[in-house]
Design a protein around this ligand. Structure first.
Ligand code: BEZ
Length: 249
């Protein structure tokens, strides 16, 4: 099992853009005042609070205790829960998820839990990393771990499916998929490639002795920076979003 650890302060510093860029999927959700919504993988609650401000009764769940504490500090209802083991039964009008499902490597369990959590006709609306997401970064991390004698597949924490594969999974669990799109979205990184790697790549780095981790990340940055720097000198990540909306049939 791969292990990502989260620190709410580092996350806010290096990855605030994740929630800032989440509004298109909120538009697909089209939340209505009074609706009961589960925010699956709510992180520090930066988007959850927007749903609350729109008049929804929203509960955030996330596997990270540290991020849930940050969400609770915003006054949100939020609890620690593994997305593979949702405990709800016909509770929500919609399940919403932004930038979280790619951390859940057993999507069948997640989708089963979402289906169980929804009322009849409930919506599952989400966005996460799709096929080809952060491919340059991902390949470089795996290659560099391989160079150091580790099996990168055992450490790989991410699930980036194609729209076809994800639609098939949703349908197999009783959803009707109304829209699904793969959206390339190169994304400027305010704190650079190293800041991104320090926030998100620890499932790879934890395998290394502590004193090697920073040098490892420097090596990865060196390998990828010419491909991931735009014409104005700004580093970016090669994000590809998979956005979907599905209804429980
Ligand atoms: C993403 O939002 O696509 C993502 C974030 C961190 C690691 C991998 C993917």
């Amino acid at each position: 099992m791969t292990q990502q650890t989260w620190n709410a302060q580092t996350y806010a510093h290096n990855a605030r853009f994740v929630a800032d860029l989440g509004m298109p999927v909120v538009e697909w959700l089209n939340p209505q005042p009074g609706e009961h919504i589960l925010d699956l993988g709510c992180g520090d609650g930066a988007l959850t609070i927007k749903l609350k401000e729109l008049g929804c009764h929203v509960l955030g769940v996330d596997a990270s205790e540290n991020l849930i504490q940050a969400a609770q500090a915003l006054g949100l209802a939020a609890q620690v829960m593994d997305g593979h083991a949702l405990v709800f039964d016909r509770t929500f009008d919609a399940v919403f998820s932004n930038a979280a499902l790619h951390w859940m490597k057993q999507p069948e369990l997640v989708i089963q839990g979402v289906a169980r959590s929804l009322k009849p006709d409930g919506r599952f609306v989400g966005e996460f990393g799709g096929m080809g997401n952060v491919a340059i970064i991902h390949q470089a991390l795996k290659a560099e771990m391989g160079n150091r004698g580790y099996d990168p597949e055992l450490l790989d924490p991410w699930y980036f499916p194609s729209p076809e594969d994800y639609q098939t999974l949703l349908e197999a669990h009783g959803f009707e998929v109304t829209k699904i799109q793969l959206i390339p979205r190169p994304t400027p990184l305010p704190t650079g490639l190293k800041g991104w790697l320090e926030t998100f790549a620890n499932p790879f780095t934890v395998a290394l002795p502590e004193e090697e981790r920073s040098l490892f990340l420097d090596k990865v940055v060196h390998t990828i920076s010419s491909q991931l720097t735009n014409e104005t000198g700004q580093p970016f990540a090669d994000y590809v979003r998979l956005r979907f909306t599905a209804v429980k049939a």
